[in-house]
Design a protein around this ligand. Structure first.
Ligand code: ATP
Ligand code: PRP
Length: 209
């Protein structure tokens, strides 16, 4: 049995062709059914549908052999107990600071709202900026608009979400894409089947780029 943890939505949609190239086609559509464990065309391969931020946890503990997760989530989680053999080059975006269009440049003592607490702490410390980090779970864009924070650390793709809320990107922190991750024990125990899957997906990534 091989289990692959993946979040529904953007990553699931973009991962489908890559999984298909490794011969894995889910039978159910997570948008239409409430099942959390999806059967695939291969009897011994299942997809576990979970929140994006939970994917590294499931894989680290071996509840899933493999997973697909954004680099943002992996860095925030800390991925030293996982293998990360492949950049899938899907769900690409940038992690950035952002502030109100009329706000002054980011100063040396600031309040920052984000769901990426550890990543933000590390980034501002490296910049010599004293940052008080406020952890949020939902729309960070709201924080500077209501005086909760001077700036946010969030993902930016088109920039439309920032623009719609009178915010603008300020400093680039890192490029983000989704990665294939593997449980360390699974990699040993199921080496042949996992390595084949990695190779097939790597070929598909190369073809797509
Ligand atoms: P959670 O359900 O845990 O709150 P989420 O709602 O952020 O997570 P998604 O929006 O599906 O989940 O994002 C999953 C991943 O997709 C992110 O971790 C990131 O790597 C990537 N991502 C998020 N937003 C964008 C975007 N606008 N463009 C491209 N990739 C993105
Ligand atoms: C993500 C991210 C930003 C937005 C950036 O949100 O948290 O809000 O995308 O994309 P843009 O620069 O193209 O506007 P998402 O669409 O995933 O919504 P959610 O986090 O509320 O699920």
């Amino acid at each position: 049995m091989l289990t692959i943890a993946v979040s529904k939505g953007r990553i699931f949609e973009e991962a489908l062709p890559l999984l298909a190239s490794a011969g894995i086609i889910p039978i159910d559509d997570p948008k239409k059914c409430r099942k959390l464990i999806l059967d695939t065309n291969q009897e011994d391969v299942k997809l576990v549908i979970i929140r994006a931020t939970d994917v590294p946890t499931f894989v680290e503990y071996g509840a899933a052999d493999l997973g697909i997760a954004g680099k943002d989530v992996l860095i925030e989680h800390g991925s030293e107990n996982l293998y990360e053999p492949l950049d899938l080059k899907i769900s690409t975006c940038r992690l950035m600071t952002a502030a109100h269009v009329d706000a002054p440049p980011i100063g040396k003592r600031i309040r920052v709202a984000t769901k990426y607490v550890k990543t933000a702490q590390h980034y501002f410390a490296a910049q010599g900026i004293q940052a008080e980090i406020i952890k949020l779970y939902g729309s960070m864009e709201l924080a500077p608009l209501v005086g909760l924070a001077d700036c946010i650390v969030d993902l930016v793709d088109t920039g439309n979400t920032l623009k719609a809320n009178n915010l603008e990107p300020r400093d680039f922190i890192m490029s983000i894409s989704s990665r294939l991750i593997v449980n360390k024990a699974s990699m040993k125990k199921k080496h042949q089947v996992i390595q084949r899957l990695i190779n097939q997906m790597a070929e598909a990534v190369a073809r797509q780029n």
